[in-house]
Structures are given as C-alpha cells and as structure tokens.
Design a protein around this ligand. Structure first.
Ligand code: ATP
Length: 220
C-alpha cells in the first residue's frame, strides 16, 4: 500500500472514459497524491445495476489505467455482497492505510447534490476528505442539510487539506470534458463509433465482448 495521500474515485464506469481518466490524473497532480484509485461500484445503491457485468466494467477500468502508475483499479466493491455503499469502502480503506494517511474521496458536483441520499453520508468525512469536481452547469448546494453540513468543513488550501487525514471538503475546478458513459452507450447502440472518447483498449474490449449492443457482424 502506498504511503502518500490517496484519492479514491468511485463510479459505475459503464464504461470508463476520458472524462474520468483525465479528471483522475489532474486531481493526482493538483493535490500531489501518491495515487488515485478508480473504484467501480458493483451494485450502485442509487441507480439500477448496469446491464454490463461488474466483471466487464472492472476489466475495462484495468485496461484504461494500465501503463499509468498514478492510477490504480480498486476492486473492493466487487468483493462484497449487497449494495456497494461508499462509506463501507472508505472505512475499509482507512483500516488498511492506518490513521495518518490523507484519503480524498473524489466526486463530481452532480454526485454531491444527491449526497443526502447516500448511506451514512455524514460519516464519510470521519474516514476521508471529500474532493468535489466542479462540473459545467453544476453548483455547490446552497441550502438544505448538505449545504449546512458542508459549510464548516470547506477547506481551500491543499496544504491544509493534506495536513489532516480526513474531515474536510475541497472544491476543484478541472478541465471540463463533456463526455458521459450514457452518450458512449447510446453511440454504440446506434452503430456509431465512440472512438477518441475513451481509450482504444477499452473500445476494443467492448467490440470483442459485444457490449452495449455492439453488433460485430454488422459493424466490422
Ligand atoms: P452515466 O452517463 O452512466 O451516468 P458517467 O459518465 O456520469 O455515467 P459515472 O461512472 O456515473 O460516469 O461517474 C463516476 C464519477 O465520475 C462521478 O463522480 C461523476 O461526477 C464523474 N464524472 C463523470 N463524467 C465525468 C466527466 N466528463 N468529467 C469529470 N467527472 C466526470
């Protein structure tokens, strides 16, 4: 296990794309993290379990991060039964790294707006910082339970953030890349190419496994 601060980036990754990967890399560089772990959710609690199996989604994340030492595929949510609650994963990771290492749970601002529906959401900061990616068109919650909870936790300085193992919320502006897994699935199902929106090895895997309605006979 790495000794420096660690970022953990959860999602369905159905499939993983350059929006995820570029964000993970920029977060690592901007915060000076030892690594960022991409953690596919096996059974996301707040959305339907994707048709694409967790084994395939995991394999695509593995292919996507191969050759980039700062990005790691974290399989822990595929190893637990039941809903993939982020708080359980963060608690587990905290036990592995010990009490001193800074952990940064990364989420898009869209995810932050729905935070109040997450299982034991207020406990997330017992184990990690929250690093929120400002996404185009999204805003910080300005009223309600999440807004009230966030306000005293906000921390602008990276040094101050990483001087502590957990407990703060940091907002990051990154290069916006308007790419979504939904659009990629739609392109493939419509017989169009998603190439250059995601790594070539991931696109090859989608074709060879016939994922997302890719029709080999019609499209080769
Ligand atoms: P879908 O279209 O199926 O909802 P998605 O492309 O939004 O998928 P997810 O796997 O649901 O991808 O997202 C995982 C995390 O990545 C979330 O925190 C989300 O905010 C963030 N994310 C998704 N797309 C981008 C992007 N283009 N740039 C930065 N962050 C992104």
């Amino acid at each position: 296990m790495s000794s420096g601060p660690i970022g953990i980036f959860g999602g369905t990754f159905n499939p993983v794309h350059y929006g995820h990967l570029r964000s993970a890399l920029e977060i690592r560089e901007r915060l000076g993290l030892a690594e960022v772990r991409l953690m596919p959710s096996a059974r996301p609690p707040h959305r339907a379990t994707p048709d694409c199996s967790i084994a395939e989604r995991l394999e695509m994340v593995r292919l996507a991060v191969a050759g980039e030492p700062g990005l790691v595929c974290d399989e822990r949510e595929t190893l637990r039964a039941g809903p993939s609650y982020t708080v359980d994963s963060i608690r587990e990771l905290r036990q592995e790294v010990g009490p001193q290492t800074s952990l940064c749970l990364v989420m898009g601002a869209d995810a932050l707006l729905g935070l109040a529906d997450w299982h034991q959401w207020q406990q997330l900061t017992d184990y990690a910082h929250l690093v929120v990616i400002a996404r185009p068109g999204w805003h910080f919650p300005s009223a309600g339970a999440v807004a009230d909870w966030l306000q005293p936790l906000l921390c602008e300085q990276v040094d101050e953030l990483l001087a502590q193992p957990a407990g703060k919320v940091h907002l990051l502006q990154l290069r916006p890349l308007e790419i979504s897994s939904t659009e990629i699935r739609e392109l493939i199902a419509a017989g169009r190419s998603p190439r250059y929106l995601l790594p070539d090895p991931v696109w090859s895997r989608i074709r060879s496994a016939g994922l997302y309605g890719y029709n080999q006979a019609a499209q080769t």
